[in-house]
Structure formats: structure tokens, C-alpha cells
Design a protein around this ligand. Structure first.
Ligand SMILES: CC(C)(COP(=O)(O)OP(=O)(O)OC[C@H]1O[C@@H](n2cnc3c(N)ncnc32)[C@H](O)[C@@H]1OP(=O)(O)O)[C@@H](O)C(=O)NCCC(=O)NCCS
Length: 165
């Protein structure tokens, strides 16, 4: 399967998308385009050779309160919030799950974070996991849960850059 990442458009066939989570399906169908145009969250869609929507991700900017980071990282950081990129949504259609689409989407998000971090200060990538099962997917890629916010996880951009070298 060859995937292409495209910005969300009105003409993409979003209605059949089903990742197994009503909230994530609903977001793609009803809010993703609107929020993309408002520049609140930019949505990118993974399409197949036949134009099917295999998955999507939505990213925006975020700030991390320094005190929410583990002590060993905090020591080298300022006390004010540090900048981040938030992967607020990431989902794969059920018929494509288990075929590497989620990993591919996350890699696309990492690439964007690395490019942006070369121009704009960005300390980490944040992800919001919808539940414990989704969290396990992110933990597999090295994401660290915030204390007190176990479904929000972060990965320093420096770690991503080092892994890509
Ligand atoms: C979680 C999700 C994004 C994973 O996407 P996917 O395309 O099925 O995953 P991939 O095929 O790319 O899997 C990549 C790797 O992650 C592992 N993986 C997949 N889902 C996992 C999970 N829930 N927990 C732990 N590992 C997981 C796979 O086994 C695979 O490991 P491998 O490289 O060692 O073989 C997808 O199942 C999904 O959309 N689920 C519903 C919505 C959701 O949970 N979104 C997540 C954030 S809100």
C-alpha cells in the first residue's frame, strides 16, 4: 500500500472513515476541516492509491508548564512554559489497522516537528491518547506520560532528531 499525506479538503471522502472510536470519526467528518481553516488544528489525511482515507492526524501548537516535566529535564529548562507541537488526534480506519499506517502517520508528525523546530522554538511533541490502549501505542515509541495527566504524553524533539540521525 502506498500512502500519501494530504491536507484535509472538502472533497475527501470522510464519511466511510471508521477507526472504532465515535469521537475520532465524528471529528474527522464534522470539525477537522472547519478547525483546519481556522488554523486551530491542521489535519493531514493519509490516502491510499484509490483515494480512500486510511487515517488522519491533527496537529497544533501547545505549551508545557515546566513543573509538569520530570525533574531531571526541568533542571535545564526555564520556569515559563516551553513550546511544543500537539498531536491532538491520530486515527487509522479499522480496515487498515495493523498494517503500519499508525506508525507512518506518527513518523509524518515527527518529520513536521523536526522541520518546524529548525525555524521555531519547539521543545517536544505532545500526544493526547484517547484511552489506555491508545496510550500503549505511544509508549511503544518512547512517549513519556505526564504525572497527573496519564493520557497526555510527550517526547522531546531532541530525542526524535537523535533517532532520525
Ligand atoms: C492506535 C492506532 C493509531 C495504531 O495504528 P495502526 O495502524 O493500527 O498501528 P501500526 O500497524 O502502525 O502499528 C505500529 C506498531 O505499533 C503497535 N501497536 C499498534 N497499536 C498498538 C497499541 N494500541 N498498543 C501498543 N502497540 C500498538 C503494532 O503492534 C506495531 O508494532 P511493530 O512495529 O512492533 O509491529 C490505531 O489502532 C487506531 O487508530 N486506533 C483507534 C484510535 C486510537 O486509538 N488513536 C490513538 C490516539 S487517540
Amino acid at each position: 500500500m502506498t500512502l500519501t499525506l494530504v491536507p484535509i479538503t472538502r472533497s475527501l471522502s470522510k464519511a466511510p472513515f471508521d477507526c472504532g472510536y465515535r469521537e475520532l470519526n465524528h471529528y474527522l467528518r464534522h470539525y477537522a476541516l472547519k478547525n483546519d481553516r481556522l488554523s486551530i488544528g491542521k489535519t493531514f489525511v493519509a490516502t491510499t492509491e484509490t483515494g480512500e482515507v486510511a487515517g488522519y492526524l491533527t496537529i497544533s501548537t501547545a505549551g508545557i508548564a515546566a513543573e509538569s516535566l520530570p525533574e531531571e529535564l526541568r533542571a535545564s529548562l526555564p520556569r515559563y512554559p516551553v513550546p511544543a507541537m500537539r498531536v491532538g488526534k491520530l486515527a487509522v480506519d479499522r480496515q487498515f489497522q495493523g498494517a503500519g499506517v499508525g506508525r507512518w502517520l506518527l513518523t509524518q508528525a515527527f518529520r513536521k516537528a523536526v522541520v518546524v523546530s529548525q525555524h521555531v522554538g519547539m521543545y517536544a511533541v505532545l500526544v493526547d491518547a484517547i484511552d489506555e490502549k491508545a496510550k500503549a501505542f505511544y509508549v511503544k515509541y518512547g512517549f513519556i506520560p505526564f504525572e497527573g495527566h496519564p493520557l497526555t504524553l510527550f517526547l522531546p524533539v531532541a530525542t526524535i532528531v537523535a533517532a532520525m540521525e
